[in-house]
Design a protein around this ligand. Structure first.
Ligand SMILES: C[S@@+](CC[C@H](N)C(=O)[O-])C[C@H]1O[C@@H](n2cnc3c(N)ncnc32)[C@H](O)[C@@H]1O
Length: 236
């Protein structure tokens, strides 16, 4: 069954069409505050709270899920947050076409699709190339946050981060179950309510790492397994 695509008319929704010609983020927000990106915002619970905590940072929340983008926009409209926008787009494509090198102060990924079956793990969003792309987009000292409810996904990402030159762990251990002040996403809450732990990681782009090679920034097209096909909305 195909779900109806909701037309999103919120002023806080940015059409992904603009990515073709290049987006000026200072023009979008009307200031040059640092930029932060949440990948896979779902229905926006996390990012609404994070953007409220950090009014001097401009947040972009993306998802490929039309209804999630719509719900997130509704929340922003109701809260009147000036520093948060939503875009319906695929993460790899956006990172390649929407941000210049070292332009992001933070990247957040919370409870990405788990792809629990072993044969499907290659579909997981976070892999070696993806981390390299994130590193390229992060400013020196920029933050990378990753949370998941899936232990082996947490372990894989921890190993990849440890093996990627340019990331520096910011926690006592590489993976923790509590991150004080970090907002709870809808999925996190769902697992916490069932008594299941969340695995958090927080890394910096290491100031000492120097220039980041351009690997991972090759022309990217949305890949299979990322649920990247969706009906076109009028406002895309
Ligand atoms: C399991 S949900 C978690 C939603 C939210 N982060 C939370 O914790 O409540 C994962 C979300 O990531 C989105 N997603 C998956 N792959 C994506 C991609 N490649 N680019 C953008 N969003 C993606 C899905 O549409 C979905 O809304």
């Amino acid at each position: 069954m195909t779900q109806r695509t909701i037309d999103i008319t919120s002023p806080n929704f940015i059409s992904a069409e603009g990515l073709r010609d290049g987006i000026s983020w200072p023009d979008v927000f009307g200031n040059k505050h640092p930029l932060a990106l949440e990948i896979g915002c779902g229905t926006g619970h996390f990012i609404i709270e994070r953007a409220s905590q950090q009014p001097c940072t401009n947040f972009i929340a993306i998802d490929i899920y039309n209804k999630g983008c719509w719900k997130t926009c509704k929340k922003i409209d109701a809260a009147g947050l000036p520093n948060l926008r939503v875009m319906r787009t695929e993460a790899c494509y956006l990172l390649e076409s929407g941000f210049s090198r070292e332009s992001l102060g933070a990247v957040y990924i919370n409870c990405p699709d788990p792809w629990p079956k072993k044969r499907h793990r290659k579909r997981r969003l976070v892999n070696r190339d993806f981390l390299q792309t994130i590193l390229t987009c992060l400013s020196p000292g920029g933050d990378f946050y990753f949370s998941t409810d899936v232990a082996d996904y947490a372990l894989d990402v921890a190993e990849l981060l440890a093996a990627t030159n340019g990331f520096k762990n910011q926690l006592d251990q590489q993976v923790v179950h509590h991150l004080p002040g970090y907002p709870t996403s809808k999925y996190m809450q769902r697992f916490l309510d069932k008594g299941q732990p969340i695995y958090f990681q927080h890394q910096h782009r290491d100031l000492a790492s120097g220039a980041i090679p351009i690997t991972g920034m090759e022309k990217t097209v949305p890949r299979r397994g990322f649920r990247s096909r969706w009906p076109r909305a009028h406002n895309e």
